[in-house]
Ligand binder design. Structure first.
Ligand SMILES: NC(=O)c1ccc[n+]([C@@H]2O[C@H](COP(=O)([O-])OP(=O)(O)OC[C@H]3O[C@@H](n4cnc5c(N)ncnc54)[C@H](OP(=O)(O)O)[C@@H]3O)[C@@H](O)[C@H]2O)c1
Length: 250
């Protein structure tokens, strides 16, 4: 029996990286996990297989969060497998590394569509599916609170918007006992950061030097924080921004 036995969780962007780490952790905690993906169905199925191999239960659902009507498409897929939800993790996201002098409107629109518009409409259409006492966890970023990478400004702005969403949504869903929190990772070793960490000989060391703990995080380090916020133990924590940057903001 895990702390989430009998619960259903949906993790967006769970085919790879941090989302996969979160899905596997919630699966180990006993939740039945909806493993959402955009394009990588095969990778999502690997996440499902890993959860099942650890004794858990999971299913994959696909929806391109950059497409119009994405949230409705996601819930339509979800409804084929489950009849309600206890934990929603808005994790899917893309980066933007083009500075303000170079970025095109299409790049700006793309990062805001996936990182802000998608979670907003997933909640608009999904609030009714969330059971009372449930959990919403939005994956933000330390970059919402530090200007250490101003070239990523459009991306950082999306996470600032997501944090406002967290704050205000906590007031709307609080009456139903549903908590809403942001978790902000620092630099985590995933496909998203492959160029930064592995694209130059000193990339890893430079990233590690930003952290008070002197390292680069792994998806499991974020997943453990999410697991706490998904659990009963976090019931009095809502509207908050949880720093999971390894001390990169100190
Ligand atoms: N890595 C870091 O250092 C770091 C730091 C702070 C915050 N974060 C945040 O953590 C979250 C996960 O990042 P990550 O590093 O794990 O990223 P990642 O390895 O690049 O994985 C991104 C995930 O999001 C999904 N996704 C991307 N675009 C999508 C779309 N249009 N429609 C549906 N799904 C889409 C991908 O699905 P497919 O596989 O199907 O493409 C994949 O599962 C993001 O919100 C990111 O901003 C990451």
């Amino acid at each position: 029996m895990g702390v989430l036995t009998g619960r259903t969780a949906l993790v967006t962007g769970a085919s790879r990286g941090i989302g996969r780490g979160i899905a596997e952790r919630l699966g180990r905690d006993g939740a039945r996990v909806a493993v959402h993906y955009g394009r990588n169905e095969a990778a999502a199925k690997e996440t499902v297989t890993a959860i099942e191999a650890a004794g858990g239960s999971a299913f994959a659902i696909g929806a391109d969060l950059a497409a119009p009507g994405a949230a409705e498409a996601l819930w339509e897929e979800f409804d084929r497998h489950a009849d309600g939800l206890d934990v929603l993790v808005n994790n899917a996201g893309i980066g933007s590394t083009r500075p303000i002098g170079e970025i095109e409107e299409a790049d700006y629109d793309a990062v805001f569509t996936v990182n802000v518009k998608a979670p907003f409409f997933i909640l608009k259409h999904g609030m009714g599916r969330l059971r009372d006492g449930g959990r919403v966890i939005n994956i933000s970023s330390g970059l919402a609170r530090t200007a250490v990478m101003p070239g990523n400004m459009a991306y950082s702005m999306t996470k600032g918007a997501l944090d406002v969403f967290t704050r205000d949504l906590s007031k709307i869903l609080g009456a139903r006992g549903i908590t809403v929190n942001s978790v902000a990772p620092g630099i985590i070793d995933t496909d998203n950061t492959a160029e930064l960490l592995h694209g130059s000989p000193d990339g890893w060391a430079g990233a590690a030097a930003l952290s008070a703990l002197g390292g680069v995080g792994a998806p499991a380090e974020v997943a453990d924080v999410v697991a706490f916020l998904a659990s009963h133990e976090s019931r009095w924590v809502t509207g908050s921004w949880v720093d999971a940057t390894g001390g990169s903001l100190t």
